[in-house]
Ligand binder design. Structure first.
Ligand code: A3P
Length: 290
């Protein structure tokens, strides 16, 4: 564990972006029925889905009239960046979070607010996260791949264990108005994924508007967009000499990275951790097709 992380209530946070006080204050955050929350474990397609949600929810994004960074238009509730502005925001508000279910605002269980939970094959999450650590100046830049793999499997990484994150949210899904989606589902058929999200949010878009959402959230277009790539964030945090935020955007990159032994080590932990969870993940079923 490096000096830039602290542990609070079972989760590792980055010291520069939040404090225990901020985390605690979220318990009482006032929720509106019209609020939409995007919840993910890091590197699961957060920025991508944020882009999709903003385009669906706001015509001014679709027609290009408003083009502001992802961090501002979908504030992260656990970061100290924009918290003070939460209450003054106009409905419908969109928020993003990597928090586990038990640290989310309590009010979410009693309002009709909606949550979209996006998850991704954890092996691809691991590889993406590893590359992100190289980009992120404040994290352990010298980490070896094998070391990082071990930290990831034991949950000693930013935002804690992937396994606990998905298990927690999945086993408490009845408490929330929640839609589960996968990165891979977006990747394989973005248009259908957009329509699914529209249905969940009760938003009707005509075919042209759906096309615009799909087009503006393609990997190609987002990769060229500095605002989607965190390019406005100070060099103190991200070093773009070392990589890009929108890196490959593919399914199955783990196969280029993990050795057979590493893959077996991963599967062992995976099976142990996930054995009680009653969902069959697509990557367990048709991994070969990826
Ligand atoms: P890779 O590192 O595998 O390329 P997050 O936003 O949760 O941190 O996730 C980042 C991952 O989502 C990165 O994965 C990034 O390339 C990918 N991503 C971002 N926008 C995307 C898009 N429009 N299409 C496909 N993948 C995208």
């Amino acid at each position: 564990l490096n000096s830039f992380m602290f542990e609070y209530k079972g989760i590792y946070f980055y010291t520069g972006s939040t404090t225990p006080e901020i985390i605690d204050s979220l318990e009482h955050m006032e929720i509106r029925d019209s609020d939409v929350f995007l919840v993910t474990y890091p590197k699961s397609g957060t920025i991508w889905t944020q882009q999709v949600l903003n385009l669906i929810m706001h015509e001014r994004h679709r027609n290009g009239l408003e083009h502001i960074d992802n961090m501002t238009r979908a504030p992260w509730i656990e970061y100290n960046l924009h918290n003070d502005a939460f209450n003054s925001r106009q409905s419908p508000r969109l928020f993003t979070s990597h928090l586990p279910y038990y640290l989310m605002p309590k009010d979410l269980r009693f309002k009709r607010a909606k949550i979209i939970y996006v998850y991704r094959n954890p092996k691809d999450v691991l590889v993406s996260f590893y590359h992100f650590h190289k980009l992120y100046q404040k994290l352990e830049v010298t980490l070896e791949w094998e070391t990082f793999l071990g930290l990831f499997l034991s949950g000693r990484v930013l935002h804690g264990s992937w396994f606990d994150h998905i298990k927690g949210w999945y086993t408490h899904k009845e408490d929330y108005n929640i839609l589960f989606m996968t990165y891979e589902e977006l990747k394989k058929d973005l248009r259908s994924a957009v329509i699914k999200i529209c249905n969940f949010l009760d938003i009707k878009l005509n075919d042209d508007a759906v096309d615009t959402v799909v087009d503006k959230s393609s990997f190609k277009n987002m990769k060229q967009d500095p605002l989607a790539n965190y390019k406005f964030i100070s060099e103190k945090f991200l070093d773009f000499e070392k990589g890009e935020f929108l890196r490959k955007g593919t399914i199955g990159d783990w196969k280029n990275r993990m050795t057979v032994a590493q893959n077996e080590k991963f599967d062992k932990v995976y099976m142990e951790k996930m054995k009680d969870l009653p969902i069959k993940f697509f990557w367990d079923i048709n991994d070969e097709e990826q």
